[in-house]
Every structure is written in structure tokens, then in C-alpha cells.
Ligand binder design. Structure first.
Ligand code: NAP
Length: 302
């Protein structure tokens, strides 16, 4: 029987509705809404389209959204001063600096200047540490891994005692999701293996997985014969493999493929995420969730 599709597009709608309802309730009771600032430096087209999507989503759920666009000539000192301004701004609960930054600016320095309590991306070393400790210490899980966990949990896949294999060990996906799945608590309690380019017999590790999370950025890396029958397969990979003309707009759009051979894998897996439409829509959704959480921490209602 073909796998059940885990549609991030549908889960996103559900979560955004939940957030919208909660924002309206908080506004009624406390007279405030979450504030999110997105700092965009320069005119990188991909960054502009990500930021536009974030702004649209923030408006949709009823946040106060500040889009702060800066010239690519801004100095590091000026950018740090801007972050300091938003760190001190009581109406702002989340600060997001869209990457990449121009070469003359030290990205790490800038990201580390964000108040960890407003770091809704969850990349500040303080939040990475909180994630490692787990439990109530965790404030802002990084958005893509948080989206992955949400998809697994909302699909009813058992995580407790499950063998989870993560392909990839990046700081933004592989390492944090591995850490999250092994924590003690609901939606986790898994036995986790992380594989990467130096792993021997990667196929044998993958074959053991009840939950296989693939974030390598290599189209078709995971072969159908590496998948345990009935496993939950989460394909994080987004690979541009060509272009096509959109039927809707008539414009050229990228053809995207995941890291898993989807057509063959869906005949073996129990659950699977498609690319696009699986993990992708979850990242901005979880950013909204983290920003709402930030306001709730401030109000003491989290
Ligand atoms: P990354 O920083 O390039 O890391 C890739 C990881 O995969 C590395 O740890 C690498 O191992 C491992 N890897 C690469 N090729 C491999 C192979 N042949 N065998 C085994 N391991 C291999 O990538 P990332 O930022 O984590 O992103 C991974 C993919 O997810 C990309 O396609 C990206 O576009 C996508 N992504 C999607 C979202 C979203 O949907 N919202 C968000 C983030 C990322 P080594 O460490 O040994 O080099």
C-alpha cells in the first residue's frame, strides 16, 4: 500500500489558524500582539522573496510586523546598533536577520548580538545550549527541525523507542533535529543515529530507521531499498534540478526534488513528505510559533 503523504501545506494551515486564534485571545485579554522585525540587508532576490513570505505570514496571523530594509553599504557597527535598538524595543518579541549578509559584515557577530530571548530563529549559542539541555529549558527550537518534529507528531507516528536515523549533521537541520528526537519527553524519546559523508555503510543505518530524516542536499541520495517497509520518511532536501513553465503564471519556475527517490520510496514507506509541499512550508510557520511564544514568555503565560 502506498505511503500516507505528510503534507506540510495542510499542517501549516492548521497551525497558522491556531496561532491566529491565540493572538486574537491575547490581544483581547492583554491588549498586545507579538511583534516581529525582519532585517534585510541589500537586494538579494532570494532574500527578498523569503522576507516577503515572512512578512505576509506575520500579517496573516495578526502580528505587528516591521520590515527593516537596509542598504548593502550599512556598516557592521550600524547593523549592531540597529539590533541593539530592537533588543531594547518592548513592542518587538522576535528579531530576524535575513542571511546571507554582505561580506564586510561578520554574520556570527551579528547573530550573537540578538537578545537570546528575542532570537526566534533559535540559532544563538544560548538557545542552542537550551535545546541541548532540553525540557523546560528550551525556548526557541530552530524552525526547520521544529517543523519536522511537528509533522511527525501530528501524523501520529510513534517516536518513543523509535530508531531515528538522520542523514546530515548541519547546525541548522541535522544536529538540532537529532538532539530534539533523543530528548526525554513527548514527540521524542527516540534512539538516534546521525550519518554523514564519512559514515560507512550508510544504507545499513538507513535500513534500520523507523523514522528516516534526510537533510543532505543531494537529489535522490536515499534509494528505495534503503527504506524499512512502513517507515516514516521525512525529506528535508530542496534541490533545484531544472526549470519549467508554471501552468498558473506562465513564468519559469524551478523544478525541485528532494533527497529521496520519492516515486519509488512512497511504495515502501508508511508515511512520506513530498518535495515541495512537505517540510518546506513548516519553517516560516514555526517562526511564527516561536514569536508568539516569545510574547507569551514575556507575559508569563507560556
Ligand atoms: P548542509 O549544511 O550542506 O549539510 C548537509 C549535510 O549532509 C552535511 O552534514 C553532509 O555531511 C551531509 N551529506 C551531504 N552529502 C552526503 C552524502 N552523499 N552522504 C551522506 N551525507 C551527506 O545542508 P543543510 O543546510 O542541512 O540542508 C540540507 C538540505 O535541506 C538542503 O537541500 C537544503 O536546501 C534543505 N533545507 C530545507 C529547508 C526547508 O525546507 N525549510 C530548510 C533548511 C534546509 P558532512 O558534514 O560530512 O559534509
Amino acid at each position: 500500500m502506498p505511503a500516507k503523504l505528510i503534507m506540510g501545506t495542510e499542517v501549516r494551515e492548521k497551525i497558522l489558524e491556531e496561532i491566529t486564534a491565540e493572538v486574537a485571545q491575547i490581544k483581547k485579554k492583554h491588549g498586545v500582539v507579538p511583534g516581529l522585525v525582519t532585517i534585510l540587508v541589500g537586494q538579494n532576490p532570494a532574500s527578498i522573496s523569503y522576507v516577503t513570505l515572512k512578512v505576509q505570514t506575520a500579517h496573516r496571523v495578526g502580528f505587528k510586523e516591521v520590515q527593516d530594509s537596509q542598504s548593502e553599504k550599512i556598516s557592521e557597527k550600524e547593523l549592531l546598533a540597529l539590533i541593539d535598538k530592537y533588543n531594547k524595543d518592548d513592542t518587538i518579541n522576535g528579531i530576524l536577520v535575513q542571511l546571507p549578509l554582505p561580506k564586510h559584515i561578520d554574520e556570527k557577530k551579528v547573530l550573537n548580538a540578538i537578545d537570546p530571548d528575542k532570537d526566534v530563529d533559535g540559532f544563538h549559542p544560548v538557545n542552542v545550549g537550551r535545546l541541548m539541555i532540553g525540557g523546560k529549558e528550551v525556548k526557541y527550537p530552530p524552525c526547520t527541525p521544529a517543523g519536522i518534529q511537528e509533522l511527525i507528531v501530528r501524523s501520529g507516528v510513534e517516536t518513543s523507542g523509535a530508531e531515528v536515523v538522520v542523514v546530515g549533521r548541519s547546525n541548522i537541520v541535522g544536529k538540532p533535529i537529532a538532539n530534539m528526537m533523543l530528548q526525554k519527553g513527548p514527540g521524542a524519546n527516540s534512539t538516534v543515529t546521525v550519518v554523514h559523508t564519512r559514515t560507512k555503510n550508510m544504507d545499513l543505518h538507513c535500513k534500520r530507521a523507523d523514522i528516516l530524516i534526510v537533510a543532505a542536499g543531494v537529489p535522490g541520495l536515499v534509494k528505495p531499498e534503503w527504506i524499512k517497509p512502513g517507515a516514516c520518511v521525512i525529506d528535508v532536501g530542496v534541490n533545484r534540478v531544472g526549470e519549467k513553465v508554471s501552468e498558473k503564471t506562465g513564468k519559469k519556475i524551478a523544478i525541485l526534488k528532494g533527497d529521496v527517490d520519492f516515486d519509488a520510496a512512497k511504495e515502501i514507506a508508511g508515511w512520506i513528505t513530498p518535495v515541495p509541499g512537505g517540510v518546506g512550508p513548516m519553517t516560516i510557520t514555526m517562526l511564527m510559533k516561536n514569536t508568539l511564544k516569545s510574547l507569551k514568555f514575556k507575559l508569563g503565560i507560556a
